[in-house]
Design a protein around this ligand. Structure first.
Ligand code: NAD
Length: 480
């Protein structure tokens, strides 16, 4: 599979070169260079924002049904091109090809759902309270040109969430994917353009992330920023938006707890937890991290979970036998080493893994740490990698308190066969998504978003679309 020649899309044109120079993109499975990414300087950034304003004035005027048809055709093109896009995704991001393929087809489903919902962005008529008013209505209109920022861990799904919703709602976009994984986003942008999106309404830039963000958010044309990324960058972009009272959606980091109750179906809980923990090498915002296991199951859980983790086959994502690919870059491998050293240094037990794998590429062993003290790094900071921590609990109250103890609140999970316990966990866990006996909390028709420092706003579901709209009240009076 050829890695495509990289280009930015600015003001209706593909640009293989840009004023900010270029940087290499690497294959994380073997560290080989894949291509050279042009970087936008101030010229291209300002040109992209200005084009987004012009494109918005055209795109917003298309009838909702026409926009829906175009956006849905982009989803159709993604399905047709799924094999090719998935290969590129695996080359630059590292995940197993089967995961990449599922990501691309799920991206198409998300885009479809948002496009369909855009047909139903209803307003309402409100009866007037006094004479002299003929009617009062409340309508929703597109918020305007949006600056969108996405990370490298889901290079198809995260751009698809933002582009599908923004374009369906009638907004234009300047998207900045992660510089590590630009080609997947480029192929998604190409699908939208091939489907008939107004070229100036869809711009893609890469560059120095801080400069791109500050330039775009300060630009008068941009009305909203939407970031998927870390809590630290979310706070920074939130500040930049607040200074100009611009709309902001932040889908930020997580540190998901899993409560395994005494009545859990143990083989099922183990199997699904292993699959969820090591999917995408743990580089998933809702990846389970903290396993609180009822003491009656704890010894068995710790042994079998670490056996399962050790048995995973590591390798390049394009090898069909691979179950877990590499991390995205060397910095993440070093970060994993710090998490392990810190926990072990504070008295935790390393049940398996804990080391980089000595081969080309950024591989780190699936790792399980038992009884890490609450002040250790891994208990406080999102590891965003293949590390799980396990510890026992006796009373459910205590497990819930520990689950809620961090400033994160994205995904949270539990295993129980008791309906009342399931209901209680659903009510009491502080998180945007709670999965009981199920890790699949990211579905096109359901809102996905974080509580506390894990974010502001949601993506997907009807809620995801509404975040790309403004509310307008219109009163029409009768001249006396
Ligand atoms: P990151 O915050 O470093 O990067 C995210 C985006 O912000 C990228 O486009 C990046 O280039 C840009 N960026 C980086 N530094 C910047 C700066 N100083 N100013 C402006 N923009 C900047 O995150 P990452 O390490 O690429 O991705 C991992 C994070 O994303 C994790 O915390 C993960 O939990 C989170 N995430 C959240 C969700 C969700 O839906 N809540 C989904 C996936 C990933």
């Amino acid at each position: 599979m050829e890695y495509p020649a990289l280009a930015l899309h600015v003001a209706g044109q593909w640009r293989p070169r840009a004023s900010g120079g270029e940087r290499p993109v690497f294959n994380p499975a073997d560290e080989s260079p894949l291509g050279a990414l042009p970087l936008a300087g101030l010229d291209e950034l300002n040109a992209a924002a200005a084009a987004a304003e012009r494109g918005f004035q055209i795109w917003r005027r298309k009838p909702a049904h026409e926009r829906c048809t175009i956006v849905r055709s982009a989803a159709g093109l993604l399905r047709q091109r799924a094999q090719e896009i998935a290969q590129v995704l695996t080359l630059e991001q590292g995940k197993p090809l089967a995961e990449a393929l599922r990501e691309v087809t799920l991206s198409a489903d998300i885009i479809d759902f948002q496009a369909e919902e855009a047909k139903r962005l209803y307003g309402r008529m409100v009866p007037p309270r006094g004479a002299g008013i003929l009617w009062q209505s409340v309508i929703r209109q597109p918020v305007g040109p949006v600056a969108a920022f996405t990370p490298w861990n889901f290079p198809a799904n995260l751009p698809a969430r933002k582009l599908g919703s923004a374009l369906a709602a009638g907004c234009s976009v300047v998207i900045k994917p992660a510089e590590e994984t630009p080609a997947t986003c480029m192929l998604i942008v190409r699908a939208f353009l091939d489907a008939g999106v107004t070229p100036e309404a869809l711009n893609m830039v890469c560059g120095d992330p801080a400069q791109v963000a500050s330039t775009l958010i300060a630009h008068d044309a941009i009305r909203k920023a939407s970031l998927t990324g870390s809590v630290a960058v979310g706070k920074r972009l939130g500040q930049l938006c607040a200074e100009r009272v611009k709309r902001f959606t932040g889908e930020l980091g997580g540190h998901a707890p899993v409560i395994v109750c005494a009545d859990a179906d143990l083989p099922f809980a183990l199997k699904s937890s292993l699959a969820a923990k090591y999917r995408n090498a743990g580089q998933v915002c809702a990846s389970p991290v903290r396993f609180y296991v009822h003491r009656s199951l704890y010894t068995q859980w710790a042994a079998q979970f670490s056996q399962g983790a050790q048995a995973l086959r590591l390798g390049p994502g394009l090898d069909a036998r691979t179950q877990m690919g590499p991390l995205i870059h060397e910095r993440r491998v070093e970060e994993m080493e710090r998490f392990v050293d810190d926990a072990v240094g504070r008295g935790a037990r390393l049940l398996c893994g804990g080391k980089r794998v000595e081969r080309p590429g950024f591989f780190f062993e699936p790792t399980v740490i038992a009884e890490a003290p609450v002040d250790s790094m891994v208990q406080r900071i999102e590891p965003f990698g293949p590390i799980a921590v396990v510890e026992p609990f006796d009373a459910l109250d205590d497990a819930i308190t520990r689950a809620n103890a961090l400033p994160y609140g994205l995904g949270a999970f539990a295993f129980t066969r008791d309906l009342l316990t399931a209901h209680r966990l659903g009510e009491e866990i502080e998180a945007g998504m709670v999965g009981i006996n199920h890790f699949g909390v990211s579905q096109p028709e359901l809102p996905f978003g974080g509580w506390k420092e894990s974010g502001i706003g949601q993506e997907m579901g009807i809620e995801g679309l509404l975040h790309y709209t403004e509310i307008k009240t219109i009163i029409v009076g009768v001249p006396a």
